[in-house]
Design a protein. Structure first.
Length: 380
């Protein structure tokens, strides 16, 4: 961009650096689950680093990013075409998300039990198809974790279910009441705070309270607010370019502090080392502010916008979906090696990252691309 004052914030086709950020978030989720598995086999200094405790933060970032991008695209469509096509919106989301989502369900519910029996793997399935199919089909996989425990192959799918439920109502809202999008986004934030407070006071049964907590629509609302402000007020805000740069730096430093020193920050701000419901609001605000300031200038950051990072961002959905499968396959063989514990953990981590990237890349090339190409044909 040679002259930022000439930027048309209603027709941006690509946000620089977002793919790189998406990959980093997926990597942090992998780090989190890898450290959790490593700690079960004996803790090392690696598993104690705060860098490896950012799974929840990364997922909240994904929600904010999703809310930002989806809201911006809907604003763009409404502005250019004077209407929103719910059909096209659902086709895009279904053919991007569903194939890998249901493939993982097939692997976990049908293939994994057979392999466990054949290979005599010392692992007991905590649920079966009959008990859980309805939760997966109706995009409530988080309830499987609630009822059957969190250590299972499909645990990461809870966030996909949250996003799908958000998409389900967000397109119709845009189509029929788009003039009130900003108040609706604010209402989502207020409503979530009220529901959480009522939940803490015991007004809901445990299952409902859990569902209220994991449906992080507040994170997506923060992202949507960022997109709305960028779309409608981006050009005016560019007059404060220096201030925006300072704000971006402050948001970026805050997020880095959160990633590398989360334990200390939790204790300092929330008097606890564990996550709180209110903490999600604070983190989502930081993520949304950072994404907004990045999008406002939309300048390439060499590392984040490099070709390798863009590619890794493009396959980040596969990295997120496959990583727990890869970790599960690698943990026992590497743990049984006669190596120094730190060397063993390092080998497990590096092998998991490389194999997950390989599998995600192959999946994008030979599996997901089929549905993406089919999507293009449907949307012609």
């Amino acid at each position: 961009m040679t002259n930022q004052q000439d930027v048309d914030f209603k027709s941006i086709k690509f946000f620089n650096n977002f793919d790189g950020l998406r990959f980093i978030a997926a990597l942090l989720v992998l780090f989190h689950h890898a450290a959790s598995m490593m700690s079960k086999n004996g803790e090392t200094f690696i598993t104690q680093l705060d860098l490896f405790k950012n799974g929840a933060n990364a997922v909240s970032f994904f929600f904010v990013l999703s809310g930002f991008l989806i809201t911006y695209l809907l604003l763009q469509e409404q502005d250019k075409k004077r209407h929103v096509s719910i059909r096209n919106f659902y086709i895009k989301r279904i053919l991007r998300i569903w194939p890998l989502y249901f493939l993982m369900i097939i692997i976990a519910l049908f293939i994994q039990p057979v392999l466990i029996d054949l290979l005599h793997i010392p692992y007991v399935m905590t649920y079966d198809f009959k008990e859980t199919w309805m939760y997966f089909v109706f995009f409530l996989p988080g309830m499987v974790t609630f009822y059957f425990g969190g250590s299972h192959l499909l645990e990461p799918l809870w966030s996909i279910g949250v996003e799908e439920l958000f998409y389900l109502f967000w397109a119709p809202v845009f189509k029929y009441i788009h003039r009130f999008i900003f108040p609706i986004l604010l209402f989502v934030l207020v409503a979530k705070l009220v529901l959480l407070q009522l939940s803490h006071l015991g007004y809901f049964p445990p299952a409902m309270a859990y569902l209220i907590r994991i449906l992080q629509f507040e994170s997506m609302a923060y992202g949507g607010i960022g997109a709305y402000l960028l779309f409608n007020y981006g050009k005016q805000l560019l007059h404060y370019a220096r201030l925006i740069q300072i704000i971006k730096l402050l948001f970026g430093l805050s997020i880095l502090g959160l990633i590398f020193f989360s334990s200390a920050i939790h204790i300092l701000l929330f008097k606890s080392n564990s996550n709180s419901d209110f903490e999600v609001f604070v983190k989502s605000f930081l993520f949304a502010g950072f994404l907004f300031s990045m999008a406002l200038t939309n300048k390439k950051i060499l590392f984040l916008s490099s070709k390798p990072m863009v590619y890794l961002g493009e396959i980040s959905y596969g990295i997120y979906m496959y990583h727990l499968l890869i970790l599960t396959v690698l943990i026992l063989p590497i743990h049984n090696l006669h190596l120094n514990p730190i060397l063993k953990d390092s080998l497990f981590l590096c092998a998991s990252i490389l194999l997950t990237i390989l599998i995600a890349g192959l999946s994008k090339r030979f599996f997901e691309s089929y549905f993406l190409n089919f999507r293009k044909k449907l949307l012609r």
